[in-house]
Design a protein around this ligand. Sequence first.
Ligand SMILES: [Zn+2]
Length: 703
Amino acid sequence: MNTFYVTTPIYYANSLPHLGHLYTMIVADTIARAKRQRGIETYFLTGTDEHGINIERAAQKAGRTPKEQADYVVSYYKKMTAEFGLDTAHGGYDIFMRTTEPFHYEGVSELWRRIAKSKTPKGNDPIYKGHYEGWFCAACAEYKTEDEYQKPKNEGEPPTCLIHDTPLDRVSEESYFFRLSDYDEALLSVYETRPDFVRPESRRNEVISFVRGGLQDLSVSRLKTSVSWGVPVPDDPAHTMYVWFDALINYITAIGFGNEERQQKVGFDRFWPALHLVGKDILRFHAVYWPAFLIAGGVELPRAVVAHGMWLDPNGRKMSKTLGNTIELDVLQKHFSIDAIRYFVLREMVFGQDGRFGYEALIDRSNSDLASGLGNLSSRTLTMIGKYCDSHVPSGVIPEDKLLLAKRVGVDTDETTLAGFIETARDQFGLHFQNLAFSRALETAWSIVSRADKMITDAKPWDLAKDENQKHTLAAVLFRAAETLRWLTVLLHPVMPGASQAIWNQLGLEGSPAQIDPTKLKWGELKEGTAIGDVQPIFPRIDKAKTMSEINADQKPTGVHATEADAVPGTAPATKPEPPMKHATEADAVGVTSFIEIDDFAKVDLRVGQVLSAERIPKADKLLLMKVDIGEEQPRQILAGIAQYYEPEKLVGRKVVIVANLKPRKLRGYESQGMVVAASYGEEGRPVIATFTEDVPNGARLK
Ligand SMILES: [Zn+2]
């Protein structure tokens, strides 16, 4: 069946929408529009995850019921999606899914029952009762997660409550567990047999090594006395499902799993499996836990789980309200067109990697690619048709007896040269799009813009217009430019629905580029004699200095950014006991790619060294003090923040890589004369020292 289903994560309803949410929605919206344009029946889901202790607490503080609290946050999402043209009314999402919908409860209960009735691949019960253990503050009457307590100073002591500064108790309570540990082989076989299941490749490898590292069973319920705001466990109402267990299931309940009414209205069988777009920080939940639940419940797996990177500031730093470098959605909306924003995020972020977002870069791209690029091509072409062809699309045919004249002024008499170029670009564009390589797809589209621009500049229609003998040549050039524009509007419709429609209308065409399948475009179908519409600038040039000063005036002082969690009156700070559905794009600032020249690299003096001695530094639990021989007269004294992961004695004798020309600096009163090179991975940034498998003398230079 020719259908397609795309989802964003459903966002945890304890914070207001920010750039990360907007980005994933734009990507999903672009994919959905591209599919629809190709005649594929498409369903696009976004929404909010509304259960759990966080919402319960936030509601309490705000004097609302949990549902009222969720409604409050949802109203901001609805406003944002409407303003950015992503809601149903603007041709965007088909459902704003909310986990408080009664049909969701039904579907979730159905999957729970199916899982409970089945057996794991190893013959055990997938759901069993055990005990959840956690740190509990009696004064708060709450379990505390890792970021809600102060870690103990000495090992063996309990952590302390951040609010009360009192030691926490280790408390355990009855909980249902999902036997995830029995699904490792089943999952590995999915990654193996379906290499595209988790994308991009680097993320797939992370997921595989996580599963290979051994899976632990998951606590999937809490006693109702601890957490009441959620879906009750079927046949055991003393338990509430843990919020992310119910949340993930939204992807199937939304389209009718376990509910007849939704099934009739949308159709699980019609639309499942989905393409899930997620931020890389919640990949594990979507690529490991979610498929395991589905395998256990006997439900087909998603089409794929695709993780995108996060937005960093122009300097490559993580955006945060403390740094004051976040992008405000209201500021964006005020100063930029929706199409320019869509174009920028899709063009700027190599999908899967982190990208950088700055207002200045957005203005620069908007001016160069849109105002001077596509917008200029459109306005110069249409203005000239107005001026030289009485506002009607001219004929593209140069009569036989005028061919020589056209050749004389350097115009290619064979229009299939240009047509062939554009057809090839169209096919490449489609392939890149299918691979979600939006940035490359747009580069390809802009190669068409450049080509058409060059054709016009070379042919100089303003000169041709002075020579009556060249009127057919002039007409052919303008026809080709107009036909190129028509193709561009069709290709670019999913990315810039507003601008492409506007150019389409100015070309005098009826209907919408949304209705034209780009794979079926044929060169020359633009009809001669079509009266063009009113010519208007599509992308007015942005005055950078003026706009930047306005933006700076609009920026709120640090600490009161509208897009941050605590701007919701009365909600809890951005704690995260339930990580899965929150902040789809926030994660470590890794994976940034930008190029340097070889000379830049040559500035770094990397040397092979050998650790002669290593010892801990009193009162610095992270630092090791090492003496390293790098082939100089004296060994270097180097400090490295690796003490939590490396036993000093085991490092002695080891070959390492040293940055030898790093300016010496003092750490804890000791001078460090260089730096040890190490990889860093995982949320804690665990260091792994770089080394050699072959013998290499001390002091050898790396280059
Ligand atoms: Zn407390």
